[in-house]
Design a protein around this ligand. Structure first.
Ligand code: NAG
Ligand code: NAG
Ligand code: NAG
Length: 512
């Protein structure tokens, strides 16, 4: 790895010397582009209708990940996991950070901006922060919902462009980590319905909507959208998707503007660019779920040295790998972090993928941990997914799967509700009943059943596999000190007589 990094530096120096010999070689930086609730509605991921020329162009200069997974499919938890390299049960950010939900990570958590500050790297966050406590995730420069309206810093791509320009100008002499966290294409029907279900009319120039000078809105026909398998084929759902596409196209144009700023500042030659999304789209089986639409997200990694540009990888990748990747890029060895800094990261740097894929390994797995979305939505789940199989452990399987406020008011969910109540039937791959009611364990063969409809967890032939996967999951929960690791049939005792010997003690559920 050190040899590789040296090679990168030499290459960058050489480039700088040959292209603009007056510039002194600069050290590498990171531009981290994070979308809000974005899925695979991108040309580069083979969506044929939605227009995303800027993300597609970035993809041609990137290694494109087909198998990148969040460790939790919920906004604040996912952002906290990205910024700490730890799953939510370890960093304490159990659910959404909003005032009424009040979730925060532990005060003394070591986060990426803190670590980078200690290593003299300038950090900036433009857009959605949505993690706390604020001091635990303090960037040198912040233009977020804490200082501005979220639509201005998260959806107004002209405003975002100007902020990025200023940050880059201020950083001309320093190494930087800039996170641009778009609020697009998040829904907004629940907070600002006047702008449409995805805020697709905000800044459109129509009466009362204001104008975003750099945005050229694209509107889509509901009959023409590319319907994913997990959304019912009805007019209200299709109209919802059409609105989502308009907002995705704004995100795309925003990314184009930000990348142009990077280029104008001359920093595209020494900056690693990563694009991903905090979780899957806000549709059934998407956000708040560990089914593939909730958990599998786009990820593009564009290295300035052109390594593996316009290639794809199927290597299993977790968002928990991002923090180790950033540290690796900045040459900050994990063992050099001071004792308060993150000590037990389970993720690993993705930089070696820029040279070649890892050897094919069926035992590699990614893991996830979900507790809440909104504060009322207690539905802890743990998941392990390897190349072929996924095992979900629903700890509160006896309660019904909860629905968040934002998704509830959507045309898609209202349509499912209306049709269920009036017994109309739904042209959908599930019923509301089997969406709400989930068994304790769900095991899917993703080679044969990517729709995750055939639960193998209770089939005799699969008991051995299920046990093996359960054990691996348990091991990861232990390694990451998961307080829920004995749930739901036992109690974790780890103090007093059990200090140093944490144990799961039975609740005798089997005897009832
Ligand atoms: C740029 O630097 C000025 C002067 O220090 C500061 O007031 C401003 O907030 C900085 N802006 C950004 C985007 O970094
Ligand atoms: C977007 O930001 C620009 C620059 O600050 C401003 O001129 C414009 O009015 C904003 N648009 C909206 C819809 O608020
Ligand atoms: C659902 O039913 C309500 C009440 O009849 C109606 O107002 C609403 O438009 C329907 N929504 C959808 C998406 O079908």
């Amino acid at each position: 790895m050190i040899i590789f990094k040296l090679a990168v530096l030499i290459l960058i120096s050489a480039l700088n010397f040959s292209l603009i010999s007056c510039d002194k070689p600069k050290k590498p930086n990171v531009l981290f582009l994070l979308a809000d609730d974005a899925g695979f509605e991108i040309g580069a991921y083979l969506n044929k209708i939605v227009q995303t020329p800027n993300i597609d162009a970035l993809a041609r200069r990137s290694l494109l990940f087909e198998k990148a997974f969040v460790s939790v499919s919920s906004c604040s938890p996912s952002r906290s996991a990205i910024l700490t390299g730890q799953p939510i049960h370890q960093n304490g950010m159990y659910g959404l950070h909003n005032a009424e939900n009040h979730f925060n990570s532990f005060d003394n958590i070591q986060s990426l901006p803190k670590i980078l500050k200690n290593h003299n790297i300038k950090t900036g966050l433009i857009g959605k922060k949505h993690v706390g406590p604020s001091e635990a995730f303090k960037f040198d420069f912040e233009a977020t919902e804490e200082q501005h309206s979220i639509n201005q810093v998260g959806r107004n791509i002209t405003k975002i462009k100007l902020l990025v320009r200023e940050f880059l100008k201020n950083s001309s002499d320093s190494q930087f980590f800039l996170m641009v966290a778009f609020h697009d294409p998040h829904r907004c029907g629940h907070v600002t319905p006047q702008f449409g279900p995805f805020c697709e009319r905000f800044g459109s120039g129509e009466e009362g909507m204001g104008i975003i000078e750099d945005w050229h809105p694209i509107y889509y026909q509901w009959e023409q959208v590319q319907l994913p398998y997990y959304i019912q084929d009805t007019e209200p759902a299709r109209r919802d998707i059409a609105a989502q596409y308009t907002t995705i196209s704004r995100l795309d144009q925003g990314i184009g503007l930000v990348l142009k700023e990077l280029e104008s500042a001359g920093r595209n030659r020494d900056t690693l660019v990563i694009y991903t999304s905090d979780n899957g789209p806000p549709f059934p089986s998407g956000r708040t779920n560990f089914y593939e639409p909730g958990m599998n997200v786009p990820l593009l990694m564009s290295s300035p040295d052109k390594k593996r540009w316009h290639e794809a990888t199927y290597a299993l990748t977790s968002h928990l790998d991002l923090l180790p990747t950033f540290l690796d890029w900045f040459d900050i060895p994990q063992q050099n972090l001071d004792e308060n800094e993150v000590t037990s990261l389970t993720g690993k740097s993705l930089l070696s993928l820029l040279d070649h894929d890892p050897p094919n390994d069926d035992t590699t797995a990614v893991f996830g941990s979900h507790n809440f979305h909104e504060v009322t939505m207690a539905y802890p789940m743990r998941v392990i997914r390897n190349k072929r199989y996924k095992l979900i452990h629903n700890l509160y399987y006896e309660s019904k799967f909860p629905i968040d406020q934002d998704f509830y008011v959507s045309w898609t969910f209202q349509d499912i509700l209306n049709r269920t109540i009036s017994k109309m039937g739904i042209p959908w791959y599930k019923t509301l009943k089997n969406y709400y009611i989930r068994p304790e364990f769900e095991l899917y063969d993703l080679n044969k059943d990517i729709l995750e409809r055939q639960n193998l967890a209770y089939k005799k032939d699969f008991l051995k596999l299920r046990n093996e996967m359960e054990e691996k999951l348990k091991k990861w929960q232990e390694d990451t000190n998961d307080p829920w690791r004995c749930e739901p049939h036992a109690v974790l005792e780890d103090k007093g007589d059990f200090k140093g010997n944490p144990s799961c003690l039975t609740l005798a559920h089997d005897e009832l």
